[in-house]
Design a protein around this ligand. Sequence first.
Ligand code: NAD
Length: 292
Amino acid sequence: MTVAFLGLGNMGGPMAANLVAAGEQVTGYDPVAEAAATAGERGVTVVSSPAAAAAGASVVITMLPSGKHVLDLYREIVPAAAPGTLFLDCSTIEVADARAAAELAEQAGHLAVDAPVSGGVVGAQAGTLTFMIGGRPAAYGAAEPYLRHLGSRFVHCGESGAGQAAKICNNLILGVSMVAVSEAFALGQRLGLTDQALFDVASTASGQCWALTTNCPVPGPVPGSPANRDYQGGFASGLMLKDLRLAQAAAEATGADTALARHATELYAGFVAEDGPARDFSAIVTTLREHG
Ligand code: NAD
């Protein structure tokens, strides 16, 4: 029983390594030679095509950049997979693409779940990811033993696409709340309030939220937050923008009114264009403090 792992990048590489460490036989593929070589050093059997990785596998795990990558790959390998193969997509992609991918797999007689994650590269390395899962109960049941090698929290959110829906709704809250916390620090500064004083009040009052108390965007109040190391590490602004855009696409598709998230998306698009995609998303406070 082998596991095929397709997409051995920042997240997929350490996830595949954790499956190997848990005793699974993992066959992997990534078109980027460096990613493939690093996975090989960690015990993954690296092959030269997705089809070669999937041949004979009972589980196919994907960790890819976008819905297009996932759908293109499923179209290629689903028809040749052994009957009853479990397709487990951990990428963050559009809800509609997740549903289309699951349909492709299910129509061919396979099991399918969408299982996007939160916890970032650190969680992927430590095996402490949170999984938000969409799919039929039988598919969830088949996926769970593998997910247990990769994460520490699992929420079955509903049918296909429900995992992606939960992920983008959560990250909508995250993007909007980080902008709100950052605006408060920008305004507080102009009012002569120290960052510490605002933190001491808001962190124990009704302004309390993860963006403030764990990922505080200004250096000082929360020593472990990325602001204390020039916003290196953490959750990249480019990924925040990606997830906000996925939320906007879903809002447009369903007619939901997400005015604040739309504005946060515009702010992050401007920030990423100016600052680049790499720094932690809390660095948006630096622009909000400069502008205005
Ligand atoms: P990444 O770019 O480091 O890795 C993606 C890998 O997929 C690349 O190595 C790429 O070469 C490979 N790939 C592309 N096409 C392929 C194909 N046809 N077959 C096999 N491999 C292929 O990205 P990442 O940071 O690992 O993110 C992966 C997914 O996880 C994304 O959907 C992202 O939104 C999501 N995610 C990332 C984080 C994070 O902190 N990095 C956190 C949560 C979720």
